[in-house]
Design a protein around this ligand. Structure first.
Ligand SMILES: N[C@@H](CCC(=O)N[C@@H](CS)C(=O)NCC(=O)O)C(=O)O
Length: 212
């Protein structure tokens, strides 16, 4: 599709790691989109109308010319394929498979450990559960080790091409390094901390940061 009839809409909040992944894909493609605020943790609960967009009550949800989607990796792939702009997925089967593997690993083993068990626990709990943090750090270390071992030579995870794997990893690791435990662990993987410094400098990352 060369362009679009209407602006795509993303429902979500700027504090959300997954919303940020989708926004980074939209920004890297240079797409004009609307972010409709949806606070999933609002005191009044999730508005009933939103469950039509996301039956599990998570963010983000996406809509484009009447086409509705939820699940961030599906949204990011659609954004890459349906719009003009730089390709964010490798063309070859193995590169695409690696990208899917990295995204799947981050969803299954990275997000909860890095974001909730380490960063949120440390930042938001009056009495953080140290055993949960230690467990989260163990998982995070494995995730970083695997990322390091899969990383191809070049600026990005898969080499010279910035891909959806980078855009999936950046907000998760960005949340993890809000706390000293996360920063210290990342610093032990120099290839990954160099990569993080590079992705964190991209406008798609800086524009989507949660205001202080
Ligand atoms: N599998 C979903 C996960 C989305 C997700 O967990 N979003 C978080 C915000 S970063 C959320 O909505 N959390 C609300 C909750 O856990 O109740 C996706 O890929 O979009």
């Amino acid at each position: 599709m060369a362009g679009s009839m209407t602006k795509p809409v993303l429902y979500g909040a700027d504090y959300s790691v997954y919303v940020r992944i989708a926004r980074m894909a939209l920004e890297e493609k240079g797409i004009d989109y609307e972010l409709v605020p949806l606070d999933i943790f609002a005191a009044d609960g999730i508005p009933a109308w939103y469950l039509e967009h996301h039956p599990f009550g998570r963010i983000p949800a996406f809509e484009h010319d009447g086409f509705r989607l939820f699940e961030t990796s599906a949204i990011a792939r659609y954004v890459d394929e349906a719009f003009d702009g730089p390709a964010l997925q490798p063309r070859d089967a193995r590169g695409r498979a690696r990208m899917g593997q990295i995204i799947g690993m981050l969803d299954a083993y990275g997000y909860r450990a890095m974001v909730w068990d380490v960063a949120v626990e440390r930042l938001e709990k009056e009495a953080p559960e140290e055993s949960l943090i230690a467990d989260g750090l163990r998982h995070a270390e494995t995730v970083l080790k695997v990322l390091m071992s899969l990383k191809v030579e070049g600026p990005w995870l898969l080499g010279d091409q910035l891909t959806l794997a980078d855009l999936h990893a950046a907000p998760i690791i960005g949340y993890f390094v809000k706390v000293a435990d996360g920063r210290e662990l990342l610093a032990r993987f120099s290839g990954m901390s160099d990569w993080y410094a590079r992705i964190a400098a991209r406008p798609s990352f800086t524009h989507t940061a949660q205001p202080d």
